[in-house]
Design a protein. Sequence first.
Length: 694
Amino acid sequence: MAPTSFIPVLPVIGIVGLVFALLYYMKIIKMKVEDEQINKISGYVHDGAMAFLRREYSYLVVFLIIIFIALVFIRDLPTAVAFLLGGGFSMLAGFIGMKAATKANARTTWAAVKWGQAEALLAAFNGGSVMGLSVASLGILGLSILYLVLNKGGSEAGIINFSGIIAGFSMGASSIALFARVGGGIYTKSADVGADLVGKVEAGIPEDDPRNPATIADNVGDNVGDTAGMGADLFESYVGATVATIAIAAAPLIAKTATIENILPFIIFPLIVIGLGTAASILGVLSFNFMKKLEPSHALEGTTTITNILLVIVLAIITKPLTGSWMPFWVVVTGVIAGMIIGRLCEYYTSGKVVQNLARQGETGAATNIIAGLAVGMKSTIWPLLTIATATIISYVLMDKAGLQNIGIYGIYGIGLAAVGMLSTVGMVMSVDGYGPIADNAGGLAEMTHQDPKVRKITDKLDAMGNSTAAIGKGFAIGSAALTALALFHAYAATVGIKNIDILQPTVTVGILIGALLPFAFSSMAMEAVGKAAGKMVEEVRRQFREIKGLMEGEAEADYSTCVDIATKGALHEMILPGAMAVLAPILVGWILGPEALGGLLAGATSSGVMMAIFLSNAGGAWDNAKKYVEEGNLGGKGSDVHKACVVGDTVGDPCKDTAGPSLNILIKLMSVVSLVFAPFLATITPLLDKLIN
């Protein structure tokens, strides 16, 4: 089976996926909402979200141009163009997903009013599927187009050229993802904290009450953080894992230890896996129409299972004829299973008995609730890390046992391929994850437009499932980040010619320590940014309650636009420094201390970053769901002292789970891919420290 025969099909899959995304978007638009208040409030959310995105993208375009110019001089024009393409596709995916999500929220609420749970579930999932299919389709489309343009008929020089230049595409995707995650996270949590502290705790009014001026900003934040931000996160993971695996496969070709005929199947195989995963995701999304009448959890799990089964069946048929070995198939399956396990583990630590026990800690005050939440977050790192470690060893051993060392394919290729397997059905993963913020917004619209309690009961049920999908999605993103960062690390080492990193060397030790420090420094910047913006939000909400006559009585309308503007400005101003640090830190360490020290930095950042990401995300998720458990009527219910304590815990957890935690996934991958892109430059210069010493 000729591996190149698959390549022309890959961009077709990408185009078909985009066509289906467009069809689903048109399906959403065609549903008419016959409630004036729902249209009015959802219009505020849509306008606020798109205004934020336009302003954010105006900043990011400047960043892309600056890095493009730097890459032209330091690397080459093709890499710089690939960088622009990766960044542009990431922005396009975010724009498409945001448009769909902010239109689908009103349709979900109206479907609950008009037809009931099944149609509301379908409306929310259709909105999420636009983002999911766009992310997967743009990823495979961009990489396959670069292959067709750069490979020069499959020649050795063309393949080497392609394997180096696509690192620029990955860097573009990662850069945009970091800013989208940080900016979106600051926005959503500054609004959420302001709404909760003043609305719930001080004023004693419900969440999403239209009297609260921060509610629109809060609903906008759900979209910019959990739709555009999460989409960009998974897009860059998807691309980064594929690029790293291709770079590892191409290393023996560059070193002249293998021939193009032997290596080409392993270079192309990651592209085939994500192409098949995208095709399986399209079919999985289509299957949801037959499951909409099931319970939300069963419907979402069922369509995900169908997608994974379709992928595994096709890979079982083509892997051996394509690569000459069964081992790549089993490595991909290992990645798929590991992703599912990590997602479920993160769900476990943010639901059920864990959350109920955490809520009970609120009976003795906010302090004990916070202490218990920190303990849950720390404990939650154990099994996911062991799962990642197990998947790493299994994928390495399986690939090593394939007996392909004579052509330069070693166990390390398996680690990258496991990450590709984990992310291969990203179209479905993002569709399920994108459902969450839409369901959340739908519940807010039902509350703000005073719908019948039975409608709110439907949207609450959909939203509760959205909390589970969010936990699973974040766990999935963290697990894939760890494997992707490991693969990128090895790709960097191969590019600069490092076979071993001696941790006894002082520069390497310093690199490890700096790398371990960076996730802490980054998290502090992100959380401080939320605190600053939230402080301004709190003061504005208090001002409006104090100065707008009739607001608390429901006789006057809040000034929503001012709160949206505060969140927007805070997010855009505060996202610059953390983003710049992620790009500059590896370049400076490599330039000053040398390539080996930079390898140490990547090892340190990956180790501490993965644990910090799991800890922050799960602690925040547990605090959030503990608050929701009390609000369901347990332990005294809304307005009780336990509720107030849990609201404080949730407020502490907000920037942990939606700003700092998720952003760390991207931080470790971005630093790795920046190192990979600039590796040829760093390998040819004398470190500044050596110059000073000698």
